[in-house]
Design a protein around this ligand. Sequence first.
Ligand code: SF4
Length: 188
Amino acid sequence: MTSGNLYNHLERLSEILRTDLRKSGIEHGLQPVQLEVLHYLSVCNRYSDTPLAVTEYLGQTKGTVSQTIKVLEQKRLLQKRNDTEDKRVSHLSLTPRGSKLLDQLVPPPMLTKASDKLPERTRKQINQALQQLVMALLQSNGMKSFGVCHTCRYNLHSKDGGYFCNLVKQALTEDDVERLCREHETVG
Ligand code: SF4
């Protein structure tokens, strides 16, 4: 398959999903970028929940992200808290209202409906292939991977069966290792 064919499929897929998300967002007075910020914050880890990380992940300008955060705060979908050690840094998280709304909209019900029709094996294959494609795309273009913690080269298994981040030198929970991280580096 050529990259042209691949592009056609991906473009069609992203357009269908984006149109659907735009429609359901409008019903709640939200723009696609506002939903993207909420979604990112629902899957990132505690080292990656800053406005800067959101900017890097979405590839948006600082101004757009800052404006988006302000609107989401006003709508009581997102909350900010200052870092305990560095007051210049703020951490963002979804409010219960934001989580509830996101659960309704993401993943888009139309995707769930289609995916449920596929055999489990096919779903796994598609998932793995897309994961590989995303990684290849990011690596070959020198972009941050924002990968899942348990696939990071800094993620170590501690003796007690837990996990430890060898970069920030902190213990990680079961929940931490399933989340996206801006410091993620793929294993060698
Ligand atoms: S192990 Fe890697 S992905 Fe996990 S917290 Fe540490 S740097 Fe981030």
